[in-house]
Design a protein around this ligand. Structure first.
Ligand code: FAD
Length: 409
């Protein structure tokens, strides 16, 4: 039996370990954290959204980014200043931005989005299978995702995508204001909403709970070894790689890198040319402790295209997440970035109490093309399953299967 190491126990790591172990490999997962799903896969918006797979490499986003550059509460924020404490971060940020710009110019957005839709759709199907076979508890809900907009021009843009998206096998139900209220009555009273789109087969769930529950099944049912609290310092050796940690070194036949934003440093070592930048996002998790808040909170997952904010019901909690910030590797939680999420909740669901919430910030491992990296390194027996940016939860299951198929081929 071939021995494979997986670096990282985030959503990509646990899904990779799942499909590898089912394919008969002897799998060991390393993570510097004490449990699975403690970094970016901890408190995201929760959406398993095949409908949301479009990449952001468009002129419109670039011009919005420039317009919003100096607004602290902007949904998309780019820090143009050099970081004197971390010259490498400055270099990576400029490199990522120039490649993002070129990708927006070269007209690949549509074709990249179509690949993203395909991965997301297949992944959604696989999650349903995993739910059935593994019986995991992660507050999974398949109640659809409702996209809402506040202007007629945005609504026209959404409606115009109907044929394109439906041809890929994804439902795209165009709604007027009344239709929006019917799908999610908790939005009634939001007069600024003009309409939206409902994708009824989309789902939501708690990514951290999923990672923890799957890692437990992997250990008990599939014999996967987890080496937590063990940071991988290096991958050495030639065709037979060694995983070198702070504690020991271990020989393997193959290694899969699922290290989120840290994957960049392995790519630098192996000269694989990946450009993965940490695009920061924030969330708040509101405790729906009282019955009024519970009954006033949405059950359908909502994506507000005007504000670039998404929310999902996670058991008796409401997760509200958004914003994209290019400002380095730090995970500082800034009040100015959290406040728009609180204000949005108050505006959209005024009867939900926002007294008790947990703020969080995480770093999306985002490539400059916004396409994930699922494949071989230039270095023999090293593979990547990383760089899923804003869609790691959505694309995780199929990406795990895909890298397993590549390794077997
Ligand atoms: C605010 C926000 C909202 C989001 N909303 C959604 C959403 O609704 N739907 C969706 O699909 N996606 C969403 N995302 C994106 C999604 O959360 C990420 O794409 C995904 O979590 C990335 O998973 P990962 O496994 O690649 O990285 P991570 O979860 O960061 O996992 C990488 C793991 O590798 C470990 N690691 C790194 N280096 C080493 C090392 N040297 N040694 C040992 N271990 C190491 C880390 O400890 C970590 O556990 C959102 C992201 C944010 C920030």
């Amino acid at each position: 039996m071939e021995k494979i190491a997986v670096i990282g126990a985030g959503i990509l790591g646990v899904n990779t370990a799942y499909f590898l172990s089912k394919a008969g490999y002897e799998v060991t997962v390393f993570d510097s954290e004490r449990y699975a799903g403690m970094e970016t896969s901890f408190s995201n918006a929760g959406q398993i959204s095949a409908c949301n797979a479009e990449t952001w490499t468009t002129w419109k986003n670039i011009s919005s980014g420039i317009k919003w550059m100096f607004r602290d509460d902007a949904p998309l924020k780019f820090n143009p200043l050099p970081n004197i404490l971390d010259p490498y971060e400055t270099y990576l940020r400029y490199k990522w931005c120039s490649h993002f710009f070129l990708t927006s110019l070269n007209g690949s957005q549509k074709i990249n989005s179509e690949k993203g839709f395909e991965i997301s759709l297949r992944s959604r199907e696989l999650y349903l299978k995993i739910v059935e076979e593994e019986g995991l508890d992660f507050d999974f809900l398949q109640r659809g995702i409702l996209q809402i907009v506040e202007s007629e021009s945005q609504l026209d843009e959404l409606y115009a995508k109907k044929n394109w998206i439906e041809n890929m096998g994804i439902e795209w139900d165009c709604l007027d204001k009344e239709g929006v209220y019917k799908v999610e009555p908790a939005l009634k009273g939001n007069e600024s909403i003009v309409g939206g789109v409902f994708t009824k087969s989309d789902a939501s769930g708690d990514i951290h709970k999923f990672c923890v529950a799957l890692s437990k099944n992997l250990r008990k049912k599939y014999g996967v070894t987890f080496k937590f609290s063990e940071k991988v310092k290096d991958i050495s050796g030639n065709s037979n790689p060694y995983v070198v940690t702070e504690i020991d070194q271990y020989p393997f036949d193959k290694v899969v890198i699922c290290a989120g934003v840290q994957s960049q440093f392995f790519s630098n070592k192996f000269k694989d040319g990946l450009i993965i930048y940490p695009v920061k996002g924030y969330s708040i998790t509101i405790d729906l402790a009282d019955s009024k808040s519970i009954s006033s909170a949405p059950v359908v997952s909502v994506k507000d295209d005007t504000k670039k904010i998404a929310c999902s019901r996670i058991g008796n909690r409401l997760r509200v997440a958004g914003t994209a910030e290019l400002g380095g590797f730090n995970k500082d939680i800034r009040h100015a970035r959290i406040q728009p999420l609180v204000e949005w909740t108050k505006k959209r669901f005024p009867s939900v109490e926002t007294e008790n919430f947990l703020p969080w910030a995480g770093l999306r491992p985002m490539t400059s093309t916004m396409m994930p990296v699922i494949g071989r390194s230039k270095k023999e027996n090293i593979f990547y399953n990383t760089g899923h940016g804003h869609l790691g939860w959505t694309m995780g299951a199929y990406s795990g299967k895909l890298i397993t198929d590549i390794i077997r081929s």
